[in-house]
Design a protein around this ligand. Sequence first.
Ligand SMILES: Cc1cc2nc3c(=O)[nH]c(=O)nc-3n(C[C@H](O)[C@H](O)[C@H](O)COP(=O)(O)OP(=O)(O)OC[C@H]3O[C@@H](n4cnc5c(N)ncnc54)[C@H](O)[C@@H]3O)c2cc1C
Length: 296
Amino acid sequence: MADALPSECLMFDRGVKAVRSRGSNAEIEFENGDREVFDLVIGADGIDSRAREAVDGGESPPKYSGIRIVFGCTPAGSTARAASEMNIAHQWFADGAYMLVFTGGGEGAQNKQHNIALCVQDKTKRDENTAWRAKAAAKEEAVALMREKGMPQSAIDVAEACDRFFDVGVHYHDVLDSWSDDAGTISLVGDACHAMPPFLGQGANQAMQDALCIASELSKVGAEYDTVKQALRAYEGIRKPPTAAIMQSSRFIGALETGAGPVSLFRDVAFFMAGTLGITGKVFLSGALPRFEGKA
Ligand SMILES: Cc1cc2nc3c(=O)[nH]c(=O)nc-3n(C[C@H](O)[C@H](O)[C@H](O)COP(=O)(O)OP(=O)(O)OC[C@H]3O[C@@H](n4cnc5c(N)ncnc54)[C@H](O)[C@@H]3O)c2cc1C
């Protein structure tokens, strides 16, 4: 992709400090103090987006979901999971917790890497950790939590074999009223626009669909649309309904999966029924189906 662009199109190591609408165009102020003016700025700068602040005036910052995820990864070649399990993801549910054990990596057992993701309700405000800084102390905490929650020994064994841990406080956005500024010079894609809890595995998928959709609609300016603003409205009209629905359902699924007390009992029965009737697969597939074509 990079090779397909003129070399001056890609710039690296230029942190964005602020994005501002200037009526007929938008200005980016970089962290080094430089300022540049653009016809259109599309913010793909993640959950703490600077471009989003220019669109909503800083009115809708990310919110903490009350769920913390501790990730652990083994070194490649670890034998913490049996070869027969490497193509299977295991999930376990407990009172106020949910966990996943899965294997990734390249071809061959020597390249396989096992992972745990322990999701627990935790009302203390947890850092988003968007930079994915490793946290060695999380290992002891994760193993203790897994024991406390009654997770199986096979999962604890994988956690014990992990040598890198990451502690993430799950954050999300509320649905944004408008995805672009009034003038149509700043718009948003991906987490900048609609960060969602990861419980349907849809954040990156939706970001890619946004990118394809906005590019497609902008390519119609001069044909179907007279102005960029009209194209941005069409993009929002196509992408807002499906992403808003997934934002709500991923919050609901996260709360249900990590539910405590009576919620966990309800969850166990509901998930058993939903799995047996094939509903779980449909919910996950429905979120994953591409929805970026058609005109608003
Ligand atoms: C624990 C967890 C598990 C997840 N699991 C899944 C999953 O299974 N499937 C899935 O589809 N999604 C998953 N997601 C969500 C997925 O990671 C995000 O939705 C996706 O990365 C969003 O892509 P993006 O390009 O919009 O933003 P990001 O990936 O956040 O990229 C933003 C980019 O902008 C840069 N940036 C930010 N601010 C500035 C600035 N001021 N100046 C310059 N550059 C800046 C950042 O460095 C980064 O490169 C998960 C998320 C989490 C937290």
